[in-house]
Design a protein around this ligand. Sequence first.
Ligand code: NAP
Length: 307
Amino acid sequence: MHLHPNADPAEVVVVSNERCTAGRKPAGFIRHVVFDVSGTRLEGSFRPGQSFGVIPPGVDARGVPHKVRLYSTSSPTRGEDGQGRHVATTVKRLIDEHVETGRLFLGVASNYLCDLKPGDRVKMTGPSGKRFVLPADPWAHDYVFFATGTGVAPFRGMLMDLFPEGEHPGRGDGGRAVLVMGSPYGTDLLYDGQLRALEARSGGRFRYVTAVSRESGWSGDGRLSGYVHDAFGRIAAVDEVLSGGRALVYVCGVAGMELGVLRGLWRSADGAAFVGVDASAGEPGVWTRRMIHKEVRPSRRVFLEVY
Ligand code: NAP
């Protein structure tokens, strides 16, 4: 960790920058940006679930140099190139309106990253984060990954670690995985083609489920109209993995998703393995976000990374 601290960032080079949404006209602009970190201390140093820092050039409105911003790597441990030299992230352009003036507001770092061209040089720090990673023996467990939007970034890397291309899928018995991916529209699903290909080559060990919140007709095999927590009790693979005794659950994306997932886990067949609940918390329907980590405690088998 922190091989290149903020005071000593690495200079890395942009390899590619492409859209990674499923449809031609997505509601949001989300890009897969790849950096060449070879020759720096970052080479071969990232694990999925970790982040790197990016320092945008220039100064803010007060004339102070921009601060470092953290982005999750979406690459597997071996990198995009198989050698740990090319590291990617998944960036959504922040486009908003100024609260007071009503003028267009563009997020500094996200738009800087999304505008980068191959060959551009970028100041990068990291790696950071040690908690939201796969365990030391990843094949000793099964997984349910819940993602919303760009929260899928760490899971793309983790799934590529669990199901490497060209190798026999999984090792031994473990390493089954389900990804429940939440998106506003089908056009905004991220890495959809790659995830479908991964499912196809997994020999039934990986199930890819999409939950689309703003399209009522999005239903069928592995498709849910609604939120990621709608997968509980509806997607057999989720219930099977959760009741198998060795499941780990990872949650990444919008902050609101935690509560629905914790409710679903608590109501699942092996609920107490995933959530500890005080009597004072009442029924799951009345839980609030403030109770999380207090009256409603995710167990050590549940990893939350939400913003
Ligand atoms: P997005 O495309 O807007 O998709 C979010 C999806 O989640 C939508 O379908 C949304 O539905 C749904 N949703 C809203 N409230 C929900 C709830 N209470 N329960 C379940 N689903 C809910 O997402 P985004 O703009 O990419 O945002 C992704 C978030 O992930 C960002 O906040 C980002 O900071 C975070 N992130 C974190 C990490 C990390 O921690 N390492 C990495 C990457 C991203 P509706 O809007 O239709 O209601």
